[in-house]
Design a protein around this ligand. Structure first.
Ligand code: P6P
Length: 335
């Protein structure tokens, strides 16, 4: 029987082999994985635990928080603040950054996360997940401030997500391809189940919220119309559609079998570049997708090249199978 490789062993061997994972980053990733395991157990309780439904609070985005949003956020903060590997954290659920308290040693990394993405699906038992992104704190000044987080996605040193679905699966990259770990509940540890995930360059599957069609910009409308025209249309093939309304689940499907995911700018709130957040949704997912041979743009430029100006800034997202993303992007530049 082939021996199962645990997350810990994988990280130690990667650290030994190519030095991509210094000891403090390995500790960070193991702590985040343990926090995701705790979140998974809370999510799995459902109605049996006092975790369902809305809390009486709103987050910085003005969205009503679910109880599990708050629980997941607290689990990640408590798990990471004492280890000495982080200087500060930032979360979709918190307006400002969370600086590691003075009673703990400060480290050189910055951790950003959407603690529970897709939370509108919690109460209907559809897959949700945690998305995380790791940057190095600039070392040209003492202390840590919000501006230290405002680095382009290309500066990430680690990124990943944990999807709480039929399996609990952790997917991560440190810049040397994408690996997948499945939670073995009997052992209580994450086990390597896929190494070097690859996204096919072509696909017949698109993911977009079709109810927004009348609000889309022309290039997006053109692309989707061509997909809907199928074999008889300019694409000469039929397409399938999926929309789970949980970015983690849609991206996991694309990393597993290809596809294109789009949450583009639309006319509903024209001052907003998109719905999804750059720092802790688009950037980590864009790096994972690129590391798996896919592409990720905002319709005009590579998401990982965007210079952030605000911690919670939003962005238009087009990611997945390389040839499809390049086609949609070309329609934008033609326009
Ligand atoms: P809509 C979840 O709320 C989320 O941020 C992403 O996970 C998901 O892709 C998107 O919003 C769904 O948005 O407008 O279809 O509900």
């Amino acid at each position: 029987m082939t021996q199962k490789v645990s997350l810990t062993r994988y990280l130690v061997e990667q650290q030994r082999v190519d030095g991509l994972i210094p000891a403090q980053l390995r500790l960070l990733l193991e702590v985040v994985a343990r926090a995701c395991k705790r979140i998974s157990f809370a999510v799995n309780k459902g109605e049996l635990g006092d975790v369902m439904g809305a809390a009486e609070t709103q987050n910085v985005q003005g969205e009503v928080q679910k109880k599990l949003d708050i629980i997941a956020n607290e689990v990640l903060i408590e798990a990471n603040e004492w280890g000495g590997h982080l200087a500060a954290m930032a979360s979709e659920e918190m307006e400002g950054i969370y600086v590691v308290p003075n009673r703990y040693p400060q480290g050189e990394y910055l951790l950003m996360f959407d603690p529970l993405d897709g939370s509108s699906n919690i109460d209907v038992n559809v897959s949700i997940g945690t998305i995380f992104s790791v940057l190095k704190k600039p070392d040209d000044h003492p202390g840590v401030q919000e501006a230290d987080f405002l680095q382009a996605g290309a500066k990430q040193v680690a990124a990943g997500y944990c999807i709480y679905g039929p399996q609990t699966t952790l997917v991560l990259t440190v810049g040397d391809g994408v690996a997948q770990f499945t939670l073995d509940r009997e052992q209580g540890s994450f086990v390597l189940t896929q190494e070097n995930l690859r996204i096919p360059e072509d696909t017949k599957e698109f993911a977009i919220n079709m109810s927004n069609m009348r609000h889309w910009d022309a290039p997006v409308k053109r692309y989707i119309d061509e997909c809907l025209a199928g074999k008889e249309g300019p694409r000469g093939k039929d397409f399938n559609m999926r929309w789970i309304a949980s970015m983690v689940a849609d991206v996991h499907r694309i990393l597993t079998r290809g596809g294109i995911f789009m949450y583009p700018w639309d006319k509903r709130e024209p001052e907003k570049p998109g719905k999804l957040r750059l720092m802790y949704e688009a950037n980590p997912m864009a790096w994972l997708v690129e590391q798996a041979g896919g592409a990720a743009t905002n319709g005009k430029e590579r998401i990982l090249d965007i210079a952030p100006t605000k911690l919670h800034q939003r962005v238009s997202v087009i990611l997945g199978s390389k040839n499809e993303v390049e086609r949609v992007t070309s329609y934008h530049t033609e326009k």
